[in-house]
Design a protein. Structure first.
Ligand code: UDX
Length: 439
């Protein structure tokens, strides 16, 4: 099937490449000429394990191509995906629908035969109706159908999440469009994957509810971790003990410095806004947004405490800047709050991140960037792990101690064994691991 994918950003590129790998003929469209130029030349502008190989192999098989012209991409396409950004609107926090509406107007000009317009961008409930209304201004209603098909891709595992998803959610109102969607996802269906067919509005709601629930799980365990510190319990055992209950599930129960990234912060805000506007406010969500924001600031205070009450004049070595490992994404990363707090307290911050430095450089003025972990630790008064990259787990801890001016380690992701850290003579501060971890 010929498919047009509007938006060659993270979601569009991963979805486009995976759909091409399923055997479809996919044309990705983006208004950014430099991006399209780079992609045509085989240079992939995002960091995601496996994406370059997938793009290149499908390009050479002539199933995947790139253009700036929607007219060209839309010609003969049975499905036109909208995968453009829906950033938070400043101050209010609701999703900015500008790019989705622009895409709808552009699509209206290119639909020739029947086409299914698939909204993959995360959009407020009811947004599909508006997309339909815009297109129907110029295209007869029997020539198109608007479907909701949210993405659940985790950065760092996006290809696997696309190809072997827990489920594919399709919000569709008519059989003709349903049949097209079934064809698109036939390889997943054939492999026994779960397909959830529902109304368009329910599908839009599923996306928000899923992300916000996961953000809530993380926030819940973060608060339990704080309580564990006060009451001398170990959150790692608590997570395991509750996670083995099938009704709770073990995933997303690792405490840390607060969630970040391109989705959770944006979607929690957007859902709480949407609920207020619909006169059914969700206080739980409003609270979790607030708790998560404050947590990032509290994490900086944890470092200050570990340094004896002040970081003035101290050199702090930060390991990990991105909001999670296996990505170069810095959006809403806890490091963007923690580091400026430490600098405001008078610290000199030196940082190392395996992939994030390029993006972080402009976002973190005054930080000294180095290109390996040991160089970062050299002569520092404390080490702080903000992101749990595997290479930090594998550090030679004796060498870490020797490199530091003072053996202070604040581990915001609980990646080191407490006993070993104590035996080596570290002042080891982690998250939610009772008095042993020194809270
Ligand atoms: C998320 C959703 O998982 C995905 O389905 C959706 O489509 C996009 O948003 P992503 O933002 O890539 O994906 O990251 P995710 O792995 O979900 O982590 C989000 C944040 O929660 C990160 O900051 C991470 O560090 C934090 N987190 C996650 C924890 O602190 N503890 C956990 O146990 C899990």
């Amino acid at each position: 099937m010929r498919i047009a994918m509007i938006g060659a950003g993270y979601v569009g590129l991963v979805s486009g490449a995976c759909l091409a790998d399923f055997g479809h003929e996919v044309v990705c469209v983006d208004t950014d000429e430099r991006k399209i130029e780079a992609l045509r030349a085989g240079r992939v502008p995002i960091y995601e394990p496996g994406i370059s190989e997938l793009v290149l192999s499908n390009q050479s098989a002539r199933r995947l191509s790139f253009t700036t012209s929607l007219a060209e991409a839309g010609r003969g396409a049975r499905a036109i995906f909208i995968a453009v950004g829906t950033p938070s609107l400043a101050e209010v926090g609701s999703a900015d629908m500008r790019y989705v509406h622009d895409a709808a107007r552009a699509i209206a000009k290119v639909i020739d035969d029947f086409a299914v317009v698939v909204v993959k961008s995360t959009v407020p409930i009811g947004a599909g109706d508006e997309v339909e209304r815009i297109i129907a201004e110029t295209v007869p209603r029997d020539r198109f159908s608007v479907v909701s098909n949210p993405e659940f891709l985790r950065e760092g595992a996006a290809i696997e999440d696309f190809k072997q998803p827990d489920r594919v959610v399709v919000g569709v109102g008519d059989d003709r469009a349903g049949a097209v969607m079934r064809d698109i996802y036939q390889p997943i269906n054939a492999a026994g994957g779960q397909m959830v067919y529902t109304s368009r509005r329910s599908s839009e709601m599923i996306k928000y509810a899923a992300n916000v629930f996961l953000a809530m799980k993380v926030t819940f365990i973060n608060e339990i971790a704080d309580l564990c510190e006060r009451l001398d319990a170990d959150v790692v055992d608590v997570s395991r003990g509750i996670g083995l209950d099938d009704r709770i599930g073990a995933k997303f129960l690792n405490p840390g410095p607060g969630f970040g990234g391109s989705c959770f912060p944006k979607d929690t805000l957007a859902l709480s806004r949407l609920a207020i506007e619909a006169k059914a406010p969700i206080r739980l969500v409003e609270t979790l947004v607030d708790v998560n924001d404050k947590r990032k600031v509290a994490m900086a205070a944890k470092v200050v405490k570990a340094c004896g009450g002040s970081v003035a004049g101290k050199r702090i070595a930060v390991l990990g800047l991105t909001y999670k490992p296996k990505t170069d994404d810095m959006r809403d990363a806890p490091s963007l709050v923690i580091i400026p707090e430490l600098q405001a307290g008078g610290a000199a911050v030196v940082a190392y991140d395996p992939e994030g430095a390029k993006m972080a450089r402009d976002m973190l003025p005054g930080v000294e960037f180095v290109d390996n972990a040991y160089a970062c630790l050299e002569g520092a008064d404390a080490a702080v792990v903000i992101t749990e990259w595997d290479e930090f787990r594998a550090l030679d801890l004796e060498r870490v101690k020797a490199a530091l001016a003072k053996p202070v380690m604040v581990d915001m992701r609980n990646i080191y064994p407490i006993k070993r850290m104590k035996a080596l003579g570290f002042r080891y501060v982690c998250v939610g691991r009772g008095f042993n971890g020194e809270g």
